[in-house]
Design a protein around this ligand. Sequence first.
Ligand code: PLZ
Length: 477
Amino acid sequence: MTGTSALARPSDLAQERRLLTELPGPRSRELLERRRAAVSDGVGTTFPVFVERAGGGVLLDVDGNSLIDFGSGIAVTSVGASAPRVVEAVQQQVAAFTHTCFMVTPYEPYVRVCERLAELTPGDHAKKSALFNSGAEAVENAVKIARHATGRSAVVVFDHAYHGRTNLTMALTAKDMPYKRGFGPFAPDVHRVPMSYPYRDEPGLTGEQAAARAIAAIESAVGAERVAAVLVEPVQGEGGFIVPAPGFLPALAEWCRRSGALFVADEVQTGFCRTGAWFACEAEGVVPDLIVTAKGIAGGLPLAAVTGRAEVVDAVHTGGLGGTYGGNPVACAAALASIETMRELDLAGAARRIEEVFVPRLRALAQRHPVVGDVRGRGAMLAVELVRPGTTEPDPATTSAVAKACHARGLVVLTAGTHGDVLRFLPPLVMPEHLLLEGLDVLDEAFDAVAQGPAPAGVQAPAAPAQQAPVQQQSTV
Ligand code: PLZ
C-alpha cells in the first residue's frame, strides 16, 4: 500500500462525455453479433455498448465513446470501477495468492473484512459474519441461519421485493417477469405481505399503519410463532426505489423482537454509503438481527456477507455454512480497499451531496413533464416513477423510451419497478459534480425528445460528435 499517494494518482481516464460514433458504435455492434451467437439469450443487456475501461464516473467503450454512468453496474462501483486503492490491493493480493479456500486453510483478509463488518454495521452488540460470493447466496444463507437459530421455518417478505435468482431467492422475489416465469416450483414457507409504498398507498397512511397492515397479514396468514425471519430491503431496489414511510421499519423490527422472529435487512443494494450512511437502516436507528451486504462492498469484485448477532450466527453447526469461493482473498482485499476509500473520501457525504444536486433537478423535471408522477430515493439511490399524466397508472413505455433516449446520448440509466415504470439513478459516489450535472442535462434532453414524439423513421437519435457540437449546458441548478 502506498497510502494516500495511490488515491492522489491522477486518473488518465478523462471525466467527460464524448460521443465519437452513434451508440452502439461499429465495434460494439460487431461484438454484439458475436454475443448473439455465443451467449445465452436468457442473459439480458440493458445497453449494448461494450466497455473497454471504466473509472470515476465514466465508461469508455470499444469505439472510443465515453459515457456518463448513472448505473454503477447496478449499485456496485460506488468507489468507481478502477479505484486506485482497490486496483493496487487486488494486484498485490493476486500476486501473493489467489485462493486457498477459507474452509481449508484460512487467511487474514477474510477475518479483517468480518472485523470491519462488525464495526460498521448498526448496533454495538457482539457480531460475527460469514462471507459469500453474491447477494442471492448471502440472502439464502441469512435464511438458513435464521431458520437454524429460531427453530422456525416461515419467512416473511414484501410486495415488490427483490432478493435474487436462486431457487429460494426467486421465491423471496416478488416479480414474475423476468425473474420467476417458468422457473418454479419455488421453495415453500415464504409469505408475502404488503410493503409501505407512500406513492401508491392511500394518502396519509403512516409507516406505523403500514406496518400494522403487514403484521395483521403475517399474524392471520402465518402465525407469529412460526416466523423465523422478516426479510426486508430498507429501501427497495429492483422494486422501484421505494422508500417506506417513516416508522414502518422500526415497527416491524419491534414486532420481530416481541415475536421471537429475526429482523433481516437486505442491504445488498442500499449498503456501503449508497444512501448517505454506511447502511440505510441507520436513517431510523433500526438495528437488524442479521444484515446482508454485497454489491458496493468490494469495488466490483464478487463478495457478499451475512453479519449478525454473534449468538444467532453461531447457532449453526460447524460446516453448515460455506462454499469453495466464499470470501475469496482477492475479493476481500478489494473490500478492505473499498471500505478504506469510502472512509477517506467520505463517500456517505458524497451520496448526500448527490441527493442535494439531483432532487431539485428531478423536481423541476416533474414540473415540466406531468408523466413524472413521483420523485423519490435517498442519497445516491434516486428515481422517478412515470405514470399517465393525472393518474397513477404506470407508464412503462415512456420509461423505456426515455431510458433509450438517455443511452443514445451517452448516459447510462437503468429502469426498475414491478411495472417497469421507474427510472433509477445510481451514480458512482466518486462521480465529479460536473458529470452529475451534465448527466442531468442529458436526462432533461431525453425527456424533451420523448415528449416531442418519435423521430421520423430512419433518423438516428442525435449523437453529438464531441469535436463538432459542444454539449449543451442548462442552468436549472
Ligand atoms: N438483494 C436488494 O438488489 C441484486 C440484480 C439484477 P446478486 N440486484 C440486482 C438482476 O437482474 O439480476 C440484489 C438486490 C437485493 C439481493 C440481490 C441479489 O444480488 O449479487 O445479484 O445475487
